[in-house]
Design a protein around this ligand. Structure first.
Ligand code: EPU
Length: 417
């Protein structure tokens, strides 16, 4: 397993570019199953999770090619209805094939996702919503077996805001007979970009950007071309890199409109921000001010940036509080950051971070995608050398993070192991 050797205490400066958004591309790839023919996606980075999804789509019978940053998905001949345990256990987003398969082939067998490093992540909302559309759901031998003779529009209220359940339901409802209304739907930009793709394909979805979505079912969808949105979480991660530096860092190719709550927190921490149409320059503060944050559904503060902001808090002058309400167990990075001599105490889903003058390099272990990103950021500012092991987690969602950070002055070496 590869690891990163990071020489710390580096000053970062310059411009760093953001890639296409993993969490927008994964559902869009699955949505391509709905339209017979060849769809083309642009701005698609090279990520392990996208390889896993490509593998899954190929098993289902699609032809997937990824050359440079262009991906083509030909879903003309899909025929196989199963998402095997081997793949779903590697990547929970495999559940995204459930909606499209049941809509197009009227049947799907998707392994039940097992445990996850960031806590229990049930799929009950996905299943309830599909049942409301007329899908019979049976659970057998660890698999979700979904079958429908016909999908019928329905009114569906989500008890909890869920990105995955909203998208899966949308992907089924677009081919259902009649009207579906989703209430308390998730409003994340990744939901919007899936809606954009589906509408381009010929679906009729209204209400984008709100919690109520109305879908008029159509009979067929058509393949399309689409450029994927920038990854707001990668952008946020690089903004923290800048905030921890002593020189300005410009994060290019991003959409500042998707980063409102994170930008607000950076300002609270004392950063000065210059916000353009597709780039943000962060001027780091001389002294990082402590802050409090609470993760919430969009447009609230994203859980996917909680770990990275915790690194900023470790070097603030005073006490910061970080609460995760989306994934209350998503704190595996706390123990690792404390190995770097941070001072963090965890009480249930609230971390109390007492700022320290400096972090000190050590060997740490990546536990999940965003926790790994946090450890890399911490390694870049810690004194001495930090080794981050198990970095396949980071390759799942960041395209060449070491090359990108090195281009603005970091010193990170990948050690193949
Ligand atoms: N939930 C349920 N039942 C469900 C579905 C969700 O109780 O059927 C709960 C979850 O346990 C959680 C909350 O609802 O407490 C929100 O979860 P959501 O469904 O929105 O999350 P997700 O769709 O499983 C996506 C991202 C995550 C990101 C979350 C929250 C993808 C592939 N994953 O997960 O991304 O943290 O939304 O924004 O889009 C990551 O990229 O590192 C990552 C974990």
């Amino acid at each position: 397993m590869d690891s990163f050797k990071i020489t710390g205490n580096r000053n970062l400066s310059g411009t760093i570019e953001v890639s296409g958004a993993k969490n927008a591309i994964l559902p869009v790839m699955a949505a391509c199953l709905l339209a017979p023919g060849k769809s083309v996606l642009r701005n698609v980075p090279n990520l392990i999770d996208l390889k896993t999804m490509s593998h899954l789509l190929r098993i289902i019978g699609a032809r997937v090619e990824h050359v440079g940053s262009t991906m083509t998905i030909d879903a003309s001949d899909i025929c196989y209805i199963e998402a095997p345990y081997e793949l779903v256990s590697q990547m929970r987003a495999s559940i995204y094939v459930l909606g499209p398969l049941v809509a197009r082939l009227k049947e799907a067998r998707v392994s039940f996702p097992g445990g996850c490093a960031i806590g229990t992540r049930p799929v009950d909302l996905h299943l309830k919503a599909l049942e409301a559309l007329g899908v019979d759901i049976a659970i057998d031998h660890g698999y979700i077996h979904a079958k429908a003779s016909k999908l019928k529009g329905a009114e569906i209220y989500f008890e909890k805001s869920s990105v995955g359940a909203t998208i899966n339901t949308l992907m089924a409802a677009v081919l259902a007979e009649g009207q579906t209304r989703l209430l308390n739907a998730a409003m994340e930009p990744e939901v919007d970009s899936t809606i954009d793709l589906l509408n381009k394909m010929g679906a009729k979805i209204e209400g984008k950007g709100s919690t109520t979505l109305t879908i008029q079912g159509v009979e067929n969808l058509f393949p399309v071309e689409m450029t994927m949105i920038a990854d707001r979480i990668e952008a946020g991660t690089f903004l923290i890199a800048g905030a921890l530096s002593t020189s300005p860092v410009t994060v290019a190719n991003c959409n500042p409109l998707h980063l409102g709550s994170a930008l607000e927190k950076l300002r609270e921490a004392g950063c000065e921000l210059l916000v353009g149409e597709s780039e943000i320059t962060v001027h780091p503060p001389k002294i990082i001010k402590p802050f409090s944050l609470i993760t919430l559904p969009y447009p609230g503060f994203p859980t996917d940036l909680q770990a990275q902001f915790m690194v900023l808090a470790t070097l603030a002058e005073g006490m910061s509080f970080l609460e995760d309400t989306i994934f209350p167990d998503r704190f595996m990075h706390v123990a690792e950051l404390n190995r770097l001599q941070a001072d963090i105490r965890l009480n249930r889903n609230i971390a109390t971070v007492k700022g320290v003058a400096k972090l000190s390099g050590a060997e740490v272990m990546a536990t999940d995608l965003r926790a790994s990103a946090a450890l890399v950021l911490a390694g870049c500012v810690a004194e001495g050398e930090t080794i981050v092991s198990r970095i396949y987690h980071i390759d799942r969602g960041y395209d060449r993070i070491e090359e990108k950070l090195n281009s603005i002055g970091a010193r990170i070496t990948r050690i193949n192991g």
